[in-house]
Design a protein around this ligand. Sequence first.
Ligand SMILES: [Zn+2]
Length: 83
Amino acid sequence: MNVAHPAKNDHRPVTPCNDTCVERRSDLASVTCPYCFEVVDLYVDPETEGSFVEDCAVCCRPWTVTVSRDEQTGELIVDVGRA
Ligand SMILES: [Zn+2]
C-alpha cells in the first residue's frame, strides 16, 4: 500500500524583515460600533470604496460603512455610522 505523503510545505522562503515590517495591513480597520461601542476589526476589500452596509459582528445591528483612502498615503479611512 502506497501511502502518499501530503505535500510538505517546507522551506517556504522567509522574507527578511526590513524596517517596514511593522506596517499594518491597510485593509484591516479597527472601528467602533455606534451601537454597542465594541471595537471591531473590519476587513475591507482592497477594491472597496464608497459606502456599504455591514452588520456589527457583536450586536448584529447594521452599520453604514464609508470607505475612502488618503490620496497621498493610500491609508484606509473608515467611517462607521448607524444605518
Ligand atoms: Zn455592535
